[in-house]
Design a protein around this ligand. Sequence first.
Ligand code: AMP
Ligand code: MG
Length: 345
Amino acid sequence: MRKRIGKRLLAAAAVIMAAVCLFASACATAPRKNTAAFFDYFDTVITLTVYSNDAALVKRAKEEAEACFSRLNALFDIYNEYEGVANLASVNRRAGETVKVDPDIIALVSAGKRYYETTRGALNIAMGAVLKLWHDCRTAAEADPENASPPDPAALEEASKHCDIDNVVIGEGELTLLDPAMSLDVGAIGKGYAADRAAEKLDALGAPFMLNCGGAVLTNGKKPDGSDWIAGISDPAGEGGFIAEVPVSGAALSTSGSYLRCFTVGGKRYGHIIDPATLFPAEGTESVSVLVPGFSAMDADALSTACFILGRDGGEALVSAFGGASALFALPSGERAYTSGFPGR
Ligand code: AMP
Ligand code: MG
């Protein structure tokens, strides 16, 4: 009897040992989580997470992502020109002339014209003249908050006469702004476009990744252990917490919020997303997050900005007309509104 118990114990111990060994070897080979952050592009923080034990692959992923953001940041910059690069700042400065530009500028501007149609003019990348007045007031307010003021309504009205998207003419590798007083501002879609291009490079390396480019998040599937990637949506009230934690495996999520870039005059907050109908900051929501299935951070980026401008009703209609997209609206009342299909609804 004693002998038999001993044998059983030995057998059980052997099974446990085998399980422990299996677990240990699984842990040893489980892909490691690697993270990187870039601070010099698109006026935002970009973070990359890659699961892999291959140090060379991880290094390449970081280098390729950074090279992509660096190149597109220079091309899409509307404030600075760079030696030997015809970027959007050059196009704006040379409004009235035809400028030879990189295919990525043509692709971005073509997308901008399409979004103007799908959003019925709410998203207008040709609104640079109006957006510049707001940008200048915000910059001045940051430097001297005591003397902050919104732009003069007459100046806004005058600038709005130079925002006709039909005056943006795309040729074979060249771009013409027909109105010399107009300018482009691609702040609503540029970072999403760049995230998509970086994601294509990262996906080709074959490792699971998550990219977060200033609130535009995308992934290429699930995590190696089969669980979902989760993106937190910040509380627009600024309490530091999340209002939702959203699975974003194989999808793109973008959040637009007025609390992110704004200035205050006499207790009134002026955000950075401008309603073309009023030429003043849109105020219907505190933040809007849009989830799009597949690999399109630019669609999510465009839709979240447009939904912010259109507000809950117009935004819901826009999102439901856009195959598979869904949205979460954080309203000024503190209420949350979801369109069908948004996780956790
Ligand atoms: P996002 O952070 O993606 O929501 O984009 C906000 C940025 O989009 C602003 O900082 C402006 O550069 C730009 N923007 C603001 N209002 C509009 C608008 N109505 N149409 C196009 N771009 C806009
Ligand atoms: Mg956007």
